[in-house]
Design a protein around this ligand. Structure first.
Ligand code: SAH
Length: 218
């Protein structure tokens, strides 16, 4: 696919409209809205599909891969309450769009993808468009122990349960955001690590993610 990295007035305008749409849908964290307003989502699309890039929908972007719906990205980002400098583990790099939003929020991002092709694609694209994360390939359902602990962990694929191993890799005061359910639908779950072995879990809205595939997953 031929990707072009030009930000025209049409795309700038569409991006502003997307931010307004997300506000109307209930996203109220100004930092998150600003981050969405900054990430050029059309850079993840072939130019032929630029007219789709700022619709609030998930979209197939090749190699069987889907770029997440902006609302979902904003929703999960908002729940993470990112502070500048937070060390964040993202499980399911995919296109890297969510990664860019986390970076815009000032996070230091460790991101892992199980599909090697996607990993190779995204780790090349992101630096090219100005975003630097630490990319890993492998099963993220077991986290990345080597770089733990993290201030925040975000899972961008649907899991059958909350993997204990991810909770272990959180700092005290840290937050895990993970969609939990069956293959058809999941509830967004946030877990706050209050103290070692003391967790506060909140179950929120319903979403539909691709499955988290791995040792502590499907
Ligand atoms: N965050 C992406 C969307 C990701 S879709 C975006 O912003 O567009 C979910 C991704 O999780 C897919 O790429 C899938 O391959 C990956 N995935 C599924 N199970 C995984 C696992 N155990 N470890 C790492 N990545 C996984």
């Amino acid at each position: 696919m031929a990707y072009k990295y030009i930000d025209n007035y049409r795309e700038k305008g569409a991006r502003k409209k997307l931010v307004e749409e997300l506000k109307k849908k209930g996203i109220d964290d100004e930092n998150v809205l600003q981050a969405i307003g900054n990430v050029k989502r059309h850079y993840f699309f072939d130019e032929t599909f630029w007219n789709q890039a700022y619709k609030d929908i998930a979209f197939p972007i090749g190699e069987g891969q889907t770029i997440s719906q902006p609302y979902t990205v904003a929703y999960q980002s908002q729940l993470l309450h990112i502070n500048k400098g937070d060390k964040v583990l993202e499980i399911g790099t995919g296109s890297g769009y969510q990664t860019c939003v986390l970076l815009e929020l000032g996070a230091k991002v460790y991101t892992i993808e199980r599909q090697e092709k996607l990993y190779n694609h995204t780790r090349q694209v992101l630096p090219h468009i100005g975003y630097n994360a630490n990319f890993f390939v492998g099963d993220g359902s077991i986290g990345i122990a080597k770089h733990a602990p993290y201030d925040k962990i975000i899972v961008t694929a649907g899991a059958p349960t909350v993997p204990d191993v991810l909770l272990k890799q959180l700092n005290i005061g840290g937050i895990l955001v993970i969609p939990v359910g069956d293959e058809k639908s999941q509830k967004m779950v946030t877990v706050l690590k209050v103290a070692e072995h003391d967790y506060e879990k909140i179950v929120l809205d319903t979403f539909r993610f691709v499955p988290l595939v791995g040792d502590k997953a499907w």
